[in-house]
Design a protein around this ligand. Sequence first.
Ligand SMILES: NC(=O)c1ccc[n+]([C@@H]2O[C@H](COP(=O)([O-])OP(=O)(O)OC[C@H]3O[C@@H](n4cnc5c(N)ncnc54)[C@H](O)[C@@H]3O)[C@@H](O)[C@H]2O)c1
Length: 387
Amino acid sequence: MLSRCLRTAPARQSVQCMQQFTRPSFVQAQLRSYSAAAPGDKVAGFKGTTGSDGKYTVTLIEGDGIGPEISQSVKDIFSAANVPIKWEPVDVTPTLKDGKTVIPDEAIDSIHRNYVALKGPLATPIGKGHVSLNLTLRRTFNLFANVRPCKSIAGYKTPYDNVDTVLIRENTEGEYSGIEHVVVDGVVQSIKLITKAASERVLRFAFQYAQDVGKPKLRVVHKATIMKMSDGLFLNLARDISKEFPNVEFDAELLDNACLRIVTDPSPYADKVLVMPNLYGDILSDMCAGLIGGLGLTPSGNIGDECSIFEAVHGSAPDIAGKGLANPTALLLSSIMMLQHMGLYQHADRIQAAIFKTLAEGKTITGDLGGKAKTHEYADAVIKNFQ
Ligand SMILES: NC(=O)c1ccc[n+]([C@@H]2O[C@H](COP(=O)([O-])OP(=O)(O)OC[C@H]3O[C@@H](n4cnc5c(N)ncnc54)[C@H](O)[C@@H]3O)[C@@H](O)[C@H]2O)c1
C-alpha cells in the first residue's frame, strides 16, 4: 500500500504521504485480534464482569444539548426495570495535549475498565476549535465497526412499514482516512485507504453478527467495478472469509443498485446484513434511517476489539435543549443494543417491548413524532408499559 502511495504521489508530496501512512491508528489496527483468524475463531464478546453487588458498571457520557435530558430518561427506565447496571458518568470535555485534542484520562480509563459506554450527542464546532470528539473516541478505542439497525416502528407512519435493515459500516479508514494533499495549485488528491487488516476485521465481525442475530445472509455493498483495487480487495476478502461461515449465505451488490432497490422496496433486505466501506456506510445508513422516520428513531453501536460505545445517531439539538421536548427513543434503542451486547437479553426485550408499545399507542409521544408529551412523560409512559 505504501509503495502504491509513493508511486501515485508526486515526489514533493511523498514525505507527507509516508508520514500519514505511519499514523498510530493504522499501526494499532494491524495489531488487533480480528485480523488474525484461527480456525474456529469467534468475534470477541463483551468482556465486562459484575461487581460484588451483582451489577455491571457502564460508562455514561451524557453529552451536550439534549444529551442530559435523554440520558435521564434512560436512567429512569433502567432503574424502574431493575437492570443490573450502575452508571459511571464521565466528562469528555476535550483538553489540548501537545497541540492535539485529547479526551480526559479519567474518561478513557473508565471506558477501558468497563469495556462499554453509552453516549449522548456531542456538539462539534464547525470550522474551528477542537476536532470532532466522536472521531476522537472512535480512534481512541479503535471502534472499527458501526452497526445501524433500522426497523419500522408500528404507530409511526412512514412510506414503508416493512423496513428491517442492518447495516455495518467500516469505521476507521476508506474515504475518511484524512489523507489529502495538494498536488499542484487547483489539484487536490484525497486517498481512499483500504487495508487487508481493517477490512478483514469488519468483515469477520459482520459475518459473526449475521450468524448471531439470525439474519442468514451477508451482502457486501461495493463499487469494485470502478475501484477495482480498493473495493476489489474488500470484496475478495469477504469472499475468502465467507468460507469460515458456511451457515451464512454470502453475496455482493453494487452500491448504486443497492440504493435504488432499497428505496423501491426494502423488504428483500430484511433477511440480510449489509457490510461496506466507510463512506458508503455513512450515506446508506442515513438513507435507511430516513425510511423509518429519521435519525431521532435510529440507534447505533460502535464496536471495538475491547470496548464498545453505543449512541444515538442524532446530534445535540441545541434548538430544543433544556425545554423537555427531546425524544429519547434513539438513545433508548441504543441502550437496548448495549444490553444485547452485554448479554442482558431479557432486560433488553422487556424495555424494547414497552418502548414499541408506547410508540404504537401514540398517546404519549414527543413533538417530533407529532405528539405533545414532554421527554419525562414519554419515559413515564414506557415504564407504565412494562409487562
Ligand atoms: N453523534 C453525535 O454526537 C452527533 C451527531 C450529529 C451531530 N452532532 C452535533 O450536534 C450538533 C447539532 O447538530 P445538527 O443541528 O446538525 O443536528 P441535530 O441532530 O442535533 O438536529 C437536527 C434537527 O433534529 C432535531 N432533533 C435531533 N434529535 C432530536 C431528538 N432526540 N428529539 C427531537 N428532535 C431532535 C433537532 O431539534 C433539529 O431540529 C452539532 O454540533 C453537531 O456536530 C453530534
